[in-house]
Design a protein around this ligand. Structure first.
Ligand SMILES: [Zn+2]
Length: 342
């Protein structure tokens, strides 16, 4: 686990935390201002429980230099001057500076200590708090933009239009927004045509020095469901946020750290700018994410089945704003993660 071994200087830590803070508005500077290199006293103490490994809340507090943990009923609030992280016992939802993330396993308190799984620590909390520590990152200058669905596959049938059309329009706007910011782009489709999921993956994998973003809009039988959610590939051995079974390693898991960092950058920026319900950064094994060999996320920009969301999504202004928001987030991700060309 990289969390256990990856130690850098405090200056380096501060610099990267600042970058992340300034670009995705997560404001993690508090960690930097407290930062000293991680000392031997901060080693992780692993706690086995029912076949999984965990670490305690106190261990997390010390490692990341939070100044205090406040306990309010079932809630644990980790505090430092510019960073607040909230956990809730028996819940998979955590909040980092008010942005929602869904863990693979709930935080639990089987005895006197609150504990979080090592998988969630290594695959979510650490890469979100310290994106510069993600190992083997690679530089990119190109974004593969995937407009979901197409042709006979309309995607969700919304109150005011088809998902496939909203996806394509947003993707084309994102293409322009990214070009303006100096990126190269590649579209999996730029007309109303159908591609299988594996064709989308093949296209993405053939484009060098790139990341991948699949643009979708959501739907639900529950007409009250609304808001934005962003998906990264579920880590090995975990269950998807949307249920199913725990599963093994997939090609896309080679990029777990970058995947969650990209999802965080996009989601946090969307929450900051769009003023809609936060459904969280989630994990799933969507086919467009499992076979991909580059950092990849699937973005759900709102519910076409919710009256408020549908009206917004149907307006050009919202889709244009969303495209610029995603483009700015990708600029932030590139600066925060860095990486080497390979
Ligand atoms: Zn879709």
């Amino acid at each position: 686990m990289s969390v256990l071994s990856n130690q850098k200087s405090a200056a380096c830590h501060r610099k990267f935390i600042f970058r992340w803070c300034s670009l995705v508005f997560l404001c993690l500077a508090g960690l930097g201002s407290l930062g000293q290199s991680v000392s031997a006293a901060d080693e992780w103490k692993l706690i086995p429980y029912r076949g999984l490994k965990y670490v305690s809340a106190a261990n997390v507090k010390n490692f990341y230099r939070f100044t205090a943990i406040e306990e309010k009923g079932k809630k644990l609030i980790f505090k430092s001057p510019n960073l607040v992280m909230e956990w809730e016992i028996n819940s998979q939802a955590i909040f980092i500076n008010k942005v929602k993330f869904v863990l693979s396993f709930p935080v639990i308190k089987p005895t006197h200590r609150s504990i979080v799984s090592v998988v969630d620590l290594a695959k979510l909390i650490d890469p979100v708090l310290r994106p510069s520590y993600i190992q083997h990152t690679s530089k990119f200058d190109t974004v593969v933009i995937d407009a979901g669905h197409g042709a006979h596959d309309s995607g969700a049938v919304g109150l005011l239009g088809y998902e496939k059309n909203y996806c394509l329009d947003t993707a084309l706007r994102l293409e322009k927004a990214l070009k303006k910011r100096g990126f190269k782009t590649h579209m999996t489709r730029r007309t109303d045509r159908f591609l299988t999921l594996s064709q989308r993956v093949q296209v993405a994998n053939s484009i060098k020095n790139s990341i991948f973003i699949s643009v979708h809009y959501n739907s639900s039988d529950n007409r009250l469901a609304n808001g934005i959610e962003t998906y990264a590939l579920a880590p090995q051995g975990t269950v998807s946020t949307n249920g199913g079974r725990a599963s093994g390693f997939r090609k896309g898991n080679n990029r777990d750290g970058e995947n969650i960092a990209l999802a965080t950058a996009v989601h946090a920026m969307a929450m900051h700018r769009m003023g809609v319900e936060d459904r969280g950064v989630k994990r799933a094994r969507f086919n467009v994410l499992t076979g991909i060999n580059k950092p990849a996320v699937l973005f759900e920009g709102g519910f076409v089945t919710h009256s408020g969301d549908a009206q917004r999504i149907n307006g050009v202004e919202y889709r244009e704003k969303l495209a610029n928001t995603i483009a700015d987030a990708i600029v932030g991700f590139r600066k925060a993660v860095g990486g080497k060309k390979r």
